[in-house]
Write a protein that binds this ligand. Structure first.
Ligand code: LRH
Ligand code: MN
Length: 424
């Protein structure tokens, strides 16, 4: 369900004068606004195909209604998101939740919606109905070679699906680990997992990458076989130049300094990119920037500094993906807020005066350093994000338009109250 162009024009007309006033005051104060707007225009965030329905927890699931019933309808929703904010022009598929039955038709549909395919995700953390061997005790780490082979074959099959769609990377997140001391030989598990990953690495097309996603706990609660950035980097370094470490913001132990991890992975040229979300306790998969927006800003500060140090293309050289699950919010409203939070953190990081910051760091002027960072963080750059959207034909206020057009109601009329999307 795409919006009429006239609907967006009418929405923007009603807001344009107020928007231009706010924009002008920023342009007066900051000569770099034009540069920042252009960098925001180039920035695209991939939407997870598994987060277009209502998630839920083991305690319950409360559907919003009108959820996408197929990959085609999921692409329709991402197409709509992209029409609203012109910054969600990519979708990240999870196999087998979203198998492209007819790749040619799916590619055609993606073209119509202006979408590309970001990293594809394998799934050896659930047993599928027709599956021969169980992943109860792991997949690539499993003590049984036959189970490891089944998991390796699945990952190679996922790569094939990705190649058919034009994707250029596979994300491997393993739930593998142990729940009790003594259950697992850590060295054995690492060596078997590395050997398995080497077979998957060997199946990568020349221009592909493999993203090794780490996680501190859940669903295993004593050890995870890819439990932190160090372990993921160890795998990625032993695998080769096409292997990188993917940072899911919710996969750290409490109070981990994620921005420092990001700075060092970037320094090593081993940062794959991100699964953006937010959390207060565990892998809560909440809206990006909803709990700790300052941490997100500090992460983008390290990203901008580190990418510039390596002359990287901000928009293209890292994987910018959301990984969220919606328990009490409308999935599309949640994703609109998440993309906005990412673009705001990026814009604020671009506003940091890195020259004076380096000077203050060079003389250990700790107070000045904080003042320089927080001056950028405390600047409301939402008009720059809105201007970037507006220049690309998007809406000045995506959330307002989503609501004023009662899009969820339209989706419910079209799809029904009780539809359930595949995914988390
Ligand atoms: C694991 C994870 C991983 C996905 C899954 C949907 O917690 O972050 O990225 O495969 O969520
Ligand atoms: Mn993730």
């Amino acid at each position: 369900m795409l919006l009429e162009g006239s609907t967006i024009e009418k929405h923007n007309e009603q807001r344009l004068r107020r928007h231009k006033l706010k924009l002008a005051s920023l342009q007066d104060e900051f000569p770099e606004t034009e540069q920042i707007i252009r960098q925001i225009e180039a920035f695209q965030v991939a939407i997870p195909s598994w987060a277009l329905g209502t998630g839920g927890t083991r305690f319950g699931r409360f559907s919003e209604g009108g959820e996408p019933r197929s990959l085609e309808e999921k692409m329709e929703d991402v197409g709509l998101l992209n029409q609203l904010n012109r910054a969600s022009g990519a979708i990240s598929l999870h196999i087998p939740w979203d198998v492209p039955q007819d790749p040619a038709a799916i590619r055609q549909l993606a073209q119509e919606y202006g979408l590309s395919f970001d990293a594809v995700n394998s799934n050896t953390f659930q047993d599928q109905p027709q599956q021969a061997l169980s992943y109860k005790f792991g997949s690539l780490q499993h003590v049984d070679k036959a189970v490891r082979k089944q998991a390796i074959d699945h990952n190679i099959e996922v790569i094939k699906h990705g190649v058919e769609l034009g994707s250029k990377a596979i994300t491997v997140w393993l739930s593998d680990g142990s729940c009790f001391p003594g259950q697992l030989n850590f060295r054995g598990a690492f060596e078997r997992t590395l050997e398995s990953l080497q077979e998957i690495y060997g199946a990568l097309p020349a221009d592909w990458k493999i993203f090794i996603e780490y996680k501190a706990f859940e669903p295993n609660f004593y050890s995870m076989t890819v439990g932190d950035w160090g372990q993921s980097l160890l795998y990625a370094s032993k695998l080769g130049p096409k292997a990188y470490t993917l940072v899911d913001l919710g996969h750290h132990l409490p109070n981990a300094n994620i921005e420092q991890i990001v700075a060092l992975l970037l320094m090593e040229g081993k940062l794959a990119g991100f699964h953006f979300n937010d959390s207060k306790y565990g892998d809560d998969d909440l809206t990006v920037g909803s709990i700790n927006p300052y941490q997100l800003f500090l992460i983008f500060n390290e990203l901008v500094e580190g990418m510039n140090a390596r002359n990287m293309n901000h928009a293209k050289d890292l994987g910018w993906m959301i990984d969220a699950s919606h328990n009490v919010k409308d999935p599309l409203e949640d994703l609109i807020q998440s993309v906005e939070a990412i673009l705001i953190a990026y814009a604020q990081a671009l506003l940091i005066d890195t020259t004076v910051l380096k000077q203050a760091q060079a003389v250990n002027d700790v107070v000045r350093c904080q003042e320089i960072l927080q001056a950028a963080y405390r600047t409301d750059l939402r008009p720059l994000i809105a201007e970037a959207r507006f220049r690309k034909g998007g809406t000045l206020e995506p959330l307002e338009l989503f609501r004023s057009e009662a899009i969820r109601n339209t989706l419910i009329k079209k799809r029904g109250e009780k539809t359930v999307a595949t995914g988390l």
